[in-house]
Design a protein around this ligand. Structure first.
Ligand code: SAM
Length: 257
């Protein structure tokens, strides 16, 4: 018997209706490149595999990965026993459909890691702690808006699909969950000239979110720059939309060009 490992955020889905809703939302079809992160005992793996015909999974727990290898032939299930936080999803090709009931203890760094592969992703469907989904989907000026919201909304359309209560999992987590869909924008609505600089400025802004923009981003923009940008430098970073962050980063990038 497998004893759930807390350090791997193991809360296994046991509610058939929730599993069915997830598979319905993903709608996998034969021939698609479906990749499941953290398959665990295979609660989602089995129905996804049934519909897609083939599946790739990334599981950190050696025992669980071995059990999946023993259960399914290689032609059906490609099992990578690896840490998804370091896994090169880009090596799996393009048109990827990422799915997972993610380990909540690493979900934020995992989302930042996955964001880098957006150009090879068709869509992503994840179960996450409700509070993380609130942060992902938050609009500027709201309590949950921050670095995660800006980084993900820059690249994806985010659709919150449904909430899930703790009793759908075993062991039950202490938090509520939500299932969310992320679809890369076909064309970036506000492209950054330098994405590295954009990331740097967003990180700097939200590491000092109680400060005014003029202080939080003082290393990048001077007082006159804010006037040229038409942004009030007394605002706090959480008041700035994705478009305004990109405009500020592009202003700095232009000066560097
Ligand atoms: N998909 C299963 C289900 O819904 O019942 C298990 C979900 S459980 C919340 C998270 C799974 O992710 C576990 O199987 C855990 O071992 C795995 N996991 C945790 N950290 C991981 C990591 N860094 N990389 C890959 N898998 C990880």
């Amino acid at each position: 018997m497998h004893i759930p490992r807390k350090r791997f955020g193991q809360h296994f889905l046991v509610e058939p209706r929730v599993i069915a809703r997830i598979v319905e939302a993903v709608e996998p079809r034969p021939g698609e490149r479906v990749v499941e992160i953290g398959p665990g005992h295979g609660a989602l793996t089995a129905p996804l595999l049934e519909r897609a015909g083939h599946l790739t999974v990334v599981e950190i727990d050696r025992d669980l990965a071995a059990a999946l290898r023993a259960r399914y032939p290689e032609e059906q299930l490609a099992v990578h026993c690896a840490d998804a936080l370091r896994f090169d999803f880009g090596a799996l090709g393009a048109g990827l459909r990422l799915v997972g009931n993610l380990p909540y203890n690493v979900s934020t760094p995992l989302l930042f890691h996955l964001e880098r592969f957006a150009s090879q992703v068709r869509d992503m469907h994840f179960m996450l702690q409700k509070e993380v989904v609130d942060r992902m989907a938050a609009g500027a000026g709201t309590a949950h808006y921050g670095r995660l919201s800006v980084a993900l909304q820059y690249r994806f359309r985010i659709e919150r699909l449904f909430d899930v209560a703790p009793h759908a999992f075993k062991p039950a987590p202490q938090v509520h969950s939500a299932f969310v869909r992320l679809v890369p924008h076909p064309c970036l609505p506000h492209p950054a000239r330098s994405e590295a600089l954009f990331r740097k400025m967003v990180t700097a802004a939200f590491s000092q979110r109680r400060k005014m923009l003029r202080n939080a981003l003082g290393a990048f923009l001077k007082e006159a720059d804010w006037a040229a940008l038409g942004i009030d430098p007394r605002l706090r970073p959480e008041m700035l939309g994705v478009d305004a962050f990109v405009a500020a980063a592009n202003f700095v990038a232009e000066r560097w060009d």
